[in-house]
Write a protein that binds this ligand. Sequence first.
Ligand code: HEM
Length: 272
Amino acid sequence: MTTITSTFTENEKTSISKLKDCLPDIIKDSGVPENYALWGVLLDKNSTDERLDIILVKFLRAKNCDVSQAKEMLTKSLKWRLEFRADTILTESFPSDVFCKVGFIHKHDKKNRPVTYNLYGGLNNEEVFGNLDRFLRWRIQLMEKGIQLLDFKTIDQMIQVHDYNLITFASYDTTAKTASKTVTQIMQDNYPEFLAVKFFVNVPWWGDWVFKFISIFLSEQTKAKFVVTSANGVKDSMLEVIDEDNLPVTYGGKSIVPELENKGSADQPPSE
Ligand code: HEM
């Protein structure tokens, strides 16, 4: 069986070993406790746990295997986890009447990777994004819930779906832009290489310029994982990755997801 570690290049193996040697400094400089576990894996220099190698290689790959940059990134990320209280976020609760329709994890893809859905259209923006701190905590909790489903042995990435059904041009307002920019930055800085594929579905006819604008802030590696489709193009591209039985009906699969049913249709292009 092909394990994740067996796909490491020689350069990655050497870099992992160097980054491991930096772990005591990383722990000291970030301020986390000595026996700190990141996503349940001890950051121990002498550890032989393969899951540690898989976590470290994510930070290395995000920095093209530059060990000192990866060291800095991991240090900053651990500091952020302390400040953001990311390690206790799973115990927090959020008003379900606001958030149950904004996002959830549903089933997995053909490679057992969890699939996260974010429904960012047809929302009351003020209610969802108006309290930015609350939205961020909810969004990061969803990410951390997804990470709970990874074993860092056979599965170390997830699929994400952004559904823009029902968005209107006016709904891409300042609250939506600030929320999207802030989450995107937090994900880039603290969750490297967790994304396998990201589907943008029901993208409106005017979505192209939004995409180009946001793309300025994204790495080439991240952009390469994006699949952007309008309503008509959804089915084939998603079925290539997710089994019909696990794909919601609304995207052409057979799985019934109440949060996704009974939504209307998205903005139509203006008539000539
Ligand atoms: C009301 C309209 C919109 C809202 C509320 C919204 C919301 C968001 C949010 C909250 C994020 C943060 C990332 C995440 O949660 O995973 C995000 C990222 C993003 N959005 Fe939107 N968005 C809107 C419109 C659009 C449109 C029309 C496009 C065009 C395809 C678009 C493309 C993107 C891209 C490329 C990212 C970065 C994804 C990433 O970092 O992985 N957005 N959006």
